[in-house]
Design a protein around this ligand. Structure first.
Ligand SMILES: N[C@@H](CCC(=O)N[C@@H](CS)C(=O)NCC(=O)O)C(=O)O
Length: 225
């Protein structure tokens, strides 16, 4: 089998989701850590968007974490991390898309935004996204099961979990509070935190707070409280 390499950065939740996918599929891989503040001179050749993650599989490269994960799912089908049924697969992809276009977009604006959108508006948006996940996602799809789509872990779980591992950063630097009443979400989070793959590469909140300080503090003045 051709060797798998993944270009990653320890703070990057997108790279984190692809590393978790490799671990869940028990695919051996080489981790190449990139310092995004000081990218290697040839990084654009490796990563056309200049971002991590990038997966190298033999002579091929794949980037964009959601696409990397689908590539891994198709290349290493066991254990399956997407449902077999087409409508359930579509629903899984809708939730992955929700993470990327809504939840993570709001988080990114909260942490890095240079515009003058008031912090309170973004915090409200984040709260609404999380309530939507609780009610329309977890409670409707898997109220009595451990994972997002039911009894088995899937790419949806691996997509969302990395953000929850870093949540202390938003609490510490941006005053974010997880809304009350998200009981099913809390249960899901606990299940994920105990998962072997997650534990194998987990970092504590203090690690994220220390390492995000350079980004979060740089932008603090720009965000109106
Ligand atoms: N949509 C991309 C996002 C990847 C991304 O934003 N990566 C960030 C780190 S978390 C990055 O490499 N940033 C470097 C840069 O933009 O210069 C994905 O899902 O892979």
């Amino acid at each position: 089998m051709a060797e798998i390499e993944i270009y990653s950065a320890v703070l990057c939740p997108f790279a984190h989701r692809s590393r978790l996918t490799l671990l869940e599929k028990q695919v051996p891989f080489k981790l190449i850590e990139i310092d995004l503040q000081n990218k290697p001179a040839n990084f654009q050749e490796i990563s056309p968007y200049g971002k991590v993650p990038v997966l190298k599989h033999g002579e091929h490269r794949v980037w964009e974490s959601a696409i990397v994960n689908e590539y891994l799912e198709e290349t290493f089908p066991e254990p399956p991390l997407l449902p077999k049924n087409p409508i359930q697969r579509a629903q899984a992809r809708i939730w992955i898309n929700f993470a990327d276009t809504r939840l993570f977009a709001a988080i990114g604006r909260l942490l890095y935004s240079q515009d003058s959108q008031p912090q309170t508006a973004i915090l409200k948006e984040l709260t609404e996204h999380l309530q939507f996940i609780e009610q329309e996602g977890l409670r409707k799809i898997s109220d009595a099961d451990p994972y997002w789509l039911g009894a088995d872990i899937s790419l949806v779980d691996l997509t969302y979990y990395p953000w929850f591992e870093q949540i202390g950063v938003l609490e510490h630097f941006r005053g974010f509070q997880l809304p009350a009443g998200l009981d099913r979400l809390q249960e899901w989070w606990q299940t994920m935190a105990n998962r072997e793959s997650v534990r194998a590469i987990a970092k504590p909140q203090e690690f994220y707070i220390e390492h995000y300080a350079q980004y979060a503090l740089r932008n603090q003045d720009r965000i109106a409280v």
